[in-house]
Design a protein around this ligand. Structure first.
Ligand code: SAH
Ligand code: SF4
Ligand code: F3S
Length: 490
């Protein structure tokens, strides 16, 4: 079962969804009251859960205008690729894909090709110069203008909109999820990021952080519940900095600029409201930031059974000096204090992380500190990467990418090996224990088996019996691998 492996090839999307969804396409029905305009679009997504969620917004915007979606790019009039820039490899994947798409224009010279998402935002007009077949370039805040951009490109012009917004949250656009499993869904609560981690391109591609109105979030979760969805993941680059105020000036402030007298509705408040108002829904969230994850959120987690006991808390490095160069604004001791708070307040919670090997100037000692932190925390899962310099970031401006590739790879391998050991040990500890599992699908390896996740986000497989997708079942774990719990339903 390869569903939940600790693998370098996995992108962020898999933190919250355990299939490898890179390159997945999406179909969405046109609303019944909207007549077809006779044109079909195809959309394919790369990168993180936020991008997959955005593709659904794009599909909503287009179907509202009478476009039909297709799962077959060869019959599409417009082909969109929603892209990721997080590492160089992510961009190379997209460029290779664009090369493959040349056939579309050979067959149908009138077809349009559009690049959306983070790579569109990072490269802007340069993208249409470098990739001649691209007709439309739209950044993450420009999706409402897609119908106009298509119009413009249909007239033979290159159409580009990469304006970032300070208030676009697409809160009023309801993303109907027809391509999903119908059981789990993402609900985005913030867009953008105000942190300036030295290695990271996201603040440049996604712009300033802004939070979505809580009413529109709760409404979306209720809609999902009424359509039979059983689990949602509240999504943001840094969910802990979610805050809402009806007062626009307060809303516009950065987290550190807020005063005690500025009453805001924060992430703990949001989590509690969703847990109370949609009690039948299982709730997850991602991603937490160690500097902002306070005890109030943990207390809410502990208080509500329908909030899953799992926290993704990216550490990036176990060395305080390296964390300082990374501009993560916390140190090793602070991170370990947050881990201690989780263990104290939500003792049954599991913890996963992200780690970067070979950041600028990383010494062997600093690398050893990452390994020692891993040994202290024993993450159940890690997303592990070696550092890839991104143009324009703080690190690219300030530091030299001076750790040789072989060393980066060697350190990464050590991290991966240690993580695999910890994951296996953690699974072995679960053998003999009982868990509640939400059934998400049929096992890829064995059609007679189903899979789902425990509240702690561990993937569990068991015999099908008479159980249905979407059922919540109680299981006893009988054995395990390093990536999966094997269980029987009781
Ligand atoms: N907002 C989330 C994650 C954003 S990107 C957070 O703060 O945790 C997902 C992960 O990609 C990061 O946590 C980091 O581990 C990795 N990453 C980001 N930039 C990278 C780079 N330039 N090279 C290698 N890995 C990177
Ligand atoms: Fe990037 Fe840091 Fe923002 Fe995460 S918190 S998206 S790593 S800048
Ligand atoms: Fe996500 Fe990649 Fe953009 S990780 S925010 S799609 S750079």
């Amino acid at each position: 079962m390869e569903l939940y492996k600790n693998d370098l090839a996995f992108e962020w999307a898999n933190k919250t969804h355990d299939e490898n969804r890179q390159g997945e396409s999406l179909v969405k029905d046109r609303p019944l009251h909207i007549p077809s305009n006779g044109k079909k679009f195809y959309i394919e997504s790369y990168g993180c859960a936020m991008n997959f969620s955005d593709s659904e917004i794009v599909a909503s915007v287009l179907t509202e205008q009478g476009y039909d979606s297709t799962k077959n790019f060869e019959e599409a009039d417009i082909v969109f690729i929603n892209t990721c820039s997080i590492r160089d490899k992510a961009e190379q994947t997209v460029r290779n894909r664009l090369d493959n798409l040349k056939v579309i224009k050979k067959r149908n010279p009138g077809a349009l090709i559009g690049v959306l998402g983070c790579m569109a935002e990072r490269l802007k007009e340069k993208l249409v110069e470098e990739e001649k077949l691209v007709d439309i370039v739209a950044g993450p805040d420009a999706y409402r203008t897609l119908p106009a951009l298509i119009e413009e490109a249909s007239g033979g012009q290159k159409a580009v909109n990469v304006l970032l917004s300070r208030d676009e949250t697409y809160g009023d656009i309801s993303p109907v999820r027809l391509s999903s499993n119908g059981i789990t869904a993402f609900v985005s609560i913030t867009r953008g990021c105000d942190n300036m981690c030295a290695f990271c391109v996201v603040p440049y591609t996604r712009g300033r952080e802004r939070s979505r109105h809580p009413d529109s979030i709760v409404q979306e979760v209720k809609d999902l519940a009424s359509r039979g969805f059983k689990e949602i993941t509240l999504l943001g680059q840094n969910v802990d900095s979610y805050r809402w105020s009806e007062d626009e000036t307060i809303r516009g402030k950065k987290l550190i600029e807020l005063k005690d007298t500025d009453h805001v509705f924060n992430f703990a408040n949001l989590l509690e409201r969703v847990a109370q108002e949609v009690p039948q829904m299982r709730i997850r969230y991602s991603t937490s930031h160690p500097k902002d994850m306070m005890d109030d959120v943990l207390h809410i987690m502990a208080k509500y059974d329908n909030i899953c006991k799992y926290i993704h808390l990216p550490v990036q490095s176990g060395s305080s000096s390296c964390l300082e160069r990374m501009n993560r604004t916390y140190d090793r001791a602070w991170y370990l204090d947050r881990i201690a708070a989780i263990r104290r307040i939500v003792p049954e919670a599991t913890i996963s992380t992200d780690i970067i090997a070979g950041f600028c100037g990383e010494t062997e000692e600093e690398h050893q500190e990452t390994l020692s932190l891993m040994k202290e925390v024993k993450f159940i899962l890690s997303y592990m990467y070696y550092y890839s310099e991104r143009p324009g970031t703080l690190a690219a401006k300030k530091y030299t990418d001076d750790v040789p590739l072989e060393i980066k790879k060697k350190r990464l391998q050590e991290i991966v090996d240690l993580q695999r050991k910890h994951a296996h040990e953690s699974n072995i500890e679960d053998v003999g224990k009982y868990f509640e599992v939400l059934i998400e699908g049929v096992s890829k390896k064995n059609e007679q088996q189903l899979f789902g996740r425990t509240s702690q986000s561990k993937v569990c497989v068991f015999d099908k019996g008479t159980h249905q997708l979407g059922d919540l079942v109680r299981v006893k774990v009988t054995s395990c691998t390093s990536g999966t719990l094997i269980a029987e339903v009781i």
